[in-house]
Design a protein around this ligand. Structure first.
Ligand code: 6PG
Length: 249
């Protein structure tokens, strides 16, 4: 018997409507966090789905609705490639959003993907976060996540150590990722589940069966890592387009 509340699921007719809602929520969360705590801490995910969200946030009127000087940006996962590599999640966010809004460079905190091992990058990222949040368990205002057709989220992939036996680390070195590039850095469940808000943002018919298994099937985090996203005190919301939700009754 799950002790977790029923997931909060919102379904939208098209990927554009889905991105509109994600952008609306992003702005609302940013405004509320800045009002309450004078800053908004957000972790972006990678892949292709977030592009439409970024483009909306980079355009008027939404780009003018946020005090970007009080926004602090991290990544919930990153590929171990240089920051200018076509596969870099940082590069994608820079090109689709960060280069187009007045966010101070010091507020942008990419994973240090050059000059060391994957383990070095994970350790350094966790240390940076702890220092900047002033807490051994940083509590993000918002963590944005996607989901792959295999049920992975961030860079937590089926059968890998964290989904199988979650540890105490905040940031993980990931090797042999089935979705290339193989070496990555990822937030752990411990860090993800400390967030105030987690938005799972999923579009496309290719994910519909996995969405059904994740939301309606038996819990099996090792097989479907996104099932391990269960914020301890925060709010988890699924934002789906109709194609991704088509197998949900
Ligand atoms: C990554 C992503 C990954 C992504 C999913 C969905 O670095 O690859 O963070 O977890 O969110 O694979 O990717 P799409 O949005 O491209 O379907």
């Amino acid at each position: 018997m799950s002790t977790h509340p029923q997931p909060d699921i919102h379904i939208f007719p098209t990927p554009a409507a889905l991105a509109d809602e994600a952008a609306r929520r992003f702005v609302a969360l940013a405004q509320a966090a800045i009002t309450a705590r004078e800053r908004f801490t957000v972790a972006f995910s990678g892949g292709s789905t977030p592009r439409a969200l970024h483009q909306r946030l980079a355009s008027a009127p939404l780009c003018n609705a946020i005090d970007w000087a009080k926004v602090y940006v991290y990544w919930s996962d990153e590929r171990l490639v240089p920051p200018d590599d076509a596969e870099s999640n940082f590069r994608m966010a820079r090109e689709t959003l960060l280069d187009h809004v007045p966010i101070p460079a010091a507020n942008i905190v990419p994973v240090p993907t050059v000059g060391g091992t994957t383990e070095d990058a994970a350790t350094a990222y966790a240390e940076t976060m702890i220092a900047q949040f002033g807490s051994e368990l940083p509590q993000f205002d918002l963590i944005l996540l996607g989901m792959g057709p295999d049920g992975h989220t961030a860079s937590l992939f089926p059968g890998q150590p964290e989904p199988t036996a979650p540890g105490d680390a905040l940031v993980l070195a990931v090797h042999h990722a089935p979705k290339p590039p193989p070496d990555r850095v990822s937030f752990s469940y411990k860090l993800i589940n400390a967030a105030r808000t987690v938005l799972l943002f999923v579009a496309g018919a290719d994910k519909a069966e996995t969405v059904r298994q994740v939301l309606r099937g038996a819990p099996d985090r090792a097989k479907l890592p996104v099932q391990g996203v269960q914020p301890t005190h925060g709010q988890l919301s699924w934002l789906l387009d109709e194609a991704a939700a088509r197998d949900l009754q």
